[in-house]
Design a protein around this ligand. Structure first.
Ligand code: ADP
Length: 240
């Protein structure tokens, strides 16, 4: 790897990654045997970076994101989030880290259908202890970054697919996580809408100093991110 290709943190040499995976191994049971998915996967994500995860279906993208986001435990290896090694934590501690440091976006929006766009961003903040007024203020600011102020009082069923995904992204970052993990967030959208959603996501990342890993099959979108990685034989490999 040349210096020009090195991740930001390596160039400055002073910055710690917000997320680090080290020697992560994960297999699933398959009939009588085991199916190895991650085999010594290592990866570092630095503050402010947006990284594309591009790999064929079944390569282990979701598995990697779930392990990075503490939804699943690796068989061995370590996950370090904002300087905290999470491997030896119990489930309650992992949930606490996940709630404060990680935001998830999936291919399907998973919004609460009976709540408006702004309420979908307010609810998680109130669960985290914020007063309604402060939560609403932040929700409206996030919707503005996503160019959705005019849709704030609409129900998910009254929004387009791209608008719903933008609300879902806003909801994922409502509690100011450090890392956004997105599993094919534009997988259900047409190319033009995908670009629009990605632009909104980029604006949000730049405005909030967030870092993101975005699994995508869309090579045009991947080309616009800061770095591209793939999974080969269960290891993380940097792409051109
Ligand atoms: P991708 O997101 O790249 O499509 P996944 O991480 O979803 O890949 O899955 C990788 C492989 O692991 C697939 O072959 C999948 O069938 C298998 N797999 C994923 N989750 C489980 C599970 N809970 N139990 C058994 N096999 C699984």
């Amino acid at each position: 790897m040349t210096m020009t290709e090195a991740p930001k943190g390596l160039i400055t040499g002073v910055e710690d990654p917000v997320l680090r995976l080290a020697a992560v191994e994960k297999s699933y049971r398959e009939g009588d045997g085991v199916l190895p998915i991650l085999r010594g996967a290592a990866f570092e994500l630095y503050a402010g970076e947006v990284v594309a995860l591009v790999a064929p279906s079944g390569a282990g993208k979701s598995t990697l994101l779930h392990i990075a986001g503490l939804l699943e435990r690796p068989d061995s290896g370590e996950v370090v989030i904002a300087g905290k090694a999470c491997g030896k934590m119990d489930d309650a501690q992992r949930t606490a880290v996940r709630r404060t440091a990680i935001g998830f976006v999936y291919q399907f929006h998973h919004l609460l259908p009976e709540f408006t766009a702004v309420e979908n961003l307010v609810v998680p903040q109130m669960i985290a202890g914020l007063a309604r007024k402060d939560a609403t203020e932040r929700a409206m600011q996030l919707l503005a970054y996503m160019k959705l102020e005019h849709r704030a009082t609409h129900l998910p069923s009254e929004l387009s697919g791209g608008e719903r995904q933008r609300v879902a992204i806003g909801r994922a970052v409502a509690n100011a996580p450090k890392v956004l993990l997105a599993d094919e967030p534009t997988g259900n959208l047409d190319p033009k809408t995908s670009h629009y959603v990605f632009d909104a996501l980029s604006a949000l990342v730049r405005a909030t100093g967030l870092s993101a890993i975005i699994a995508t099959h869309n090579h045009d979108l991947a080309a616009r991110m800061d770095r591209r990685i793939t999974l080969e034989d269960g290891k993380v490999v940097e792409l051109e």
